[in-house]
Design a protein around this ligand. Sequence first.
Ligand SMILES: *[C@@H]1O[C@H](CO)[C@@H](O)[C@H](O)[C@H]1NC(C)=O
Ligand SMILES: *[C@@H]1O[C@H](CO)[C@@H](O)[C@H](O)[C@H]1NC(C)=O
Ligand SMILES: *[C@@H]1O[C@H](CO)[C@@H](O)[C@H](O)[C@H]1NC(C)=O
Ligand SMILES: *[C@@H]1O[C@H](CO)[C@@H](O)[C@H](O)[C@H]1NC(C)=O
Ligand SMILES: *[C@@H]1O[C@H](CO)[C@@H](O)[C@H](O)[C@H]1NC(C)=O
Ligand SMILES: *[C@@H]1O[C@H](CO)[C@@H](O)[C@H](O)[C@H]1NC(C)=O
Ligand SMILES: *[C@@H]1O[C@H](CO)[C@@H](O)[C@H](O)[C@H]1NC(C)=O
Ligand SMILES: *[C@@H]1O[C@H](CO)[C@@H](O)[C@H](O)[C@H]1NC(C)=O
Ligand SMILES: *[C@@H]1O[C@H](CO)[C@@H](O)[C@H](O)[C@H]1NC(C)=O
Length: 568
Amino acid sequence: MPPLWSFLLVLVARPVGGSYFPEVDASTTWQAPLMQPWDPVRAQQTSITVAWTPAWNPYCTLNRYELQARRPAGAPLRFADLESLAFRETDPEDETWPGDQEWTPWMTSYTGVGRVYTLRVQALTPYAAQFRVRSCGAKTKAGDFPQCESCSAWSPIQTTHAVLSGAVDKINFIVRGTGMNAPDYTHIEVNRQVIYRRRDETGLVLAVFRRLDFSLQWLRTYDTHRNRSQALLRADHLRLYNASYFVVVASAIAWEWHAPRSLVQAMEFCGAFHFGQWAHIFAERMHYSSNSSDLQQTATQQEFGHPYAFMGIPGIGSGMGWESLAYNSGHYLAKDLKMQQAIIRGIAYLDYVARLYRLQDVIANKADFYLKSQPPAPETLHNPMPKWKQQKLDFLSIPGMTPAYTPYVGTLRNHITALSEANGTVPPHNYAFVLVTDAKVMKVDPRPASLWMTELERVWEGQSRRYFPNNGTRMLLGTRLVDMSCTDFIFHTHLFASPESCGANYTDCCNRIDVPGLMATQCGIGVSPTLCVNSTVTEIEKTNVTYIENRTHPAKWPYKFWVIDWLS
Ligand SMILES: *[C@@H]1O[C@H](CO)[C@@H](O)[C@H](O)[C@H]1NC(C)=O
Ligand SMILES: *[C@@H]1O[C@H](CO)[C@@H](O)[C@H](O)[C@H]1NC(C)=O
Ligand SMILES: *[C@@H]1O[C@H](CO)[C@@H](O)[C@H](O)[C@H]1NC(C)=O
Ligand SMILES: *[C@@H]1O[C@H](CO)[C@@H](O)[C@H](O)[C@H]1NC(C)=O
Ligand SMILES: *[C@@H]1O[C@H](CO)[C@@H](O)[C@H](O)[C@H]1NC(C)=O
Ligand SMILES: *[C@@H]1O[C@H](CO)[C@@H](O)[C@H](O)[C@H]1NC(C)=O
Ligand SMILES: *[C@@H]1O[C@H](CO)[C@@H](O)[C@H](O)[C@H]1NC(C)=O
Ligand SMILES: *[C@@H]1O[C@H](CO)[C@@H](O)[C@H](O)[C@H]1NC(C)=O
Ligand SMILES: *[C@@H]1O[C@H](CO)[C@@H](O)[C@H](O)[C@H]1NC(C)=O
């Protein structure tokens, strides 16, 4: 009971005379006010409301509260720059960050006895404001006891912020990379707006967004598959950006062949990991070392064209970004089978204090082979070969030198040579639909002639004209090989066809690409699955600002896409 007892004594003793008791300093006996817990629902676009608890002093009556506020000084990206670079998304909160010098001086914004205050802020300044409050006693005459003029200590600082509309402070995004055997639109979409959606380019699409306002800063496709200097150029452009940007990469058709070391390092700087492994396997290594095999196209290159998508931040550290990669499997005439694509989905939310977007709930699909080094099991979609045909484990060979599995690429593009061989078959035993025995007895296929069709004829232009082998008489009236469309294209030049090289409507390659009824050239399943007639191009345009391709004078909004308008 001593405190209560002494308090009563003060009240009783007061009329007797102050000098009897030791001097009391009223400022140290103030129970300072505390800011009430704050929540973003107390903020609007142009106002921030704060509240605080009552102050209390046993000797003095309260005269007024003094509320002070301050906002960040300097450029919008200043706070973002002050974030430490390493583990930028995982640093614990530091109360003093970023230091007093980064704020404007304290301004007294309210004096009075109320305990709620609404600070008006300029619109479109959706960033932090700090508050502190103290209580003060009334002015007392000289000689009076106790002296109440002094004020309490400042309350702990409270950080608040004005808000933006809900449509921008949490936004979603999706990135989809496609490959040779999973052809589709390569797609980048942010906040429900399509940034890039095309299926006619080859290589890697690079999109760079500023973390301040999610504005698109750079959008370009680099043909890293066929052109090494473009790959080097891409590495240079990637290096122009720092931790204030998001880097988004999506593959289109194929990208691996000429991805050089410097590009790998630039990607690893942004957080990639598997990218380098692939470049090591595919690019930085001699291909076509066999003299006896198909030197140009199928053997080694059938593994090109993995779907790949990536999202990272320059400087985040290798492996810390979000990377999605999928198998390169392809299935024969797989019309309704949706092959795996590389997909990244996530949410970016605005950190109002640091004034930048952060990523949250990012999901990046990754095939098990890359995620856990676990090859697809036999007799499954990506490795359909029967179990008994798979190579047995060989304990004598060096483990690193035997491939874990062979990607299954069973597309028409890969099988067209086998089909054309099966069409004629081997004389004199089988001329397809006519069997000649060793005793030179000839048997004709007993089925109706309309069913006499090989697989090549089924996917191409129907029955071919056929003759008896012994006397050259016509057996079946069909289309002659010379009358069939795109013969050269289907047998040979489709390997070099790409949407860029085939001209308008692909007529430079063949005059019947992706026409109804002709499976061999159909979009998605034919010998040239990336040539599609019915494709649209969606790509965000540049603004009218002439954009200089150097970073000393970057435009504020070089492309017609941004999420937040900002003033300062
Ligand atoms: C990033 O670069 C911009 C200029 O492009 C610069 O204003 C900013 O301070 C840099 N940020 C960091 C974290 O270095
Ligand atoms: C490769 O890319 C560079 C730079 O974009 C370009 O100048 C060159 O013409 C390209 N080469 C080919 C063969 O397309
Ligand atoms: C492959 O061809 C090169 C050059 O024609 C020759 O030097 C080399 O001996 C050949 N290799 C094999 C295994 O035949
Ligand atoms: C199929 O084989 C027959 C017989 O060899 C030939 O006449 C015909 O042109 C071939 N068809 C195609 C589409 O290659
Ligand atoms: C050609 O040979 C076939 C099979 O022996 C026979 O059916 C056909 O009548 C012959 N054609 C002519 C014109 O002799
Ligand atoms: C391409 O084909 C479409 C539809 O058949 C046609 O409208 C267009 O004029 C063609 N373009 C060229 C350059 O031939
Ligand atoms: C083109 O694509 C659109 C949408 O993908 C589809 O609705 C339309 O039927 C297609 N047109 C043709 C001629 O295939
Ligand atoms: C681009 O800017 C110029 C000059 O500022 C103006 O004359 C022109 O109309 C603008 N073009 C568009 C498409 O906005
Ligand atoms: C960058 O652009 C500015 C503005 O056009 C120009 O003055 C400067 O010389 C350019 N710098 C380089 C390295 O090209």
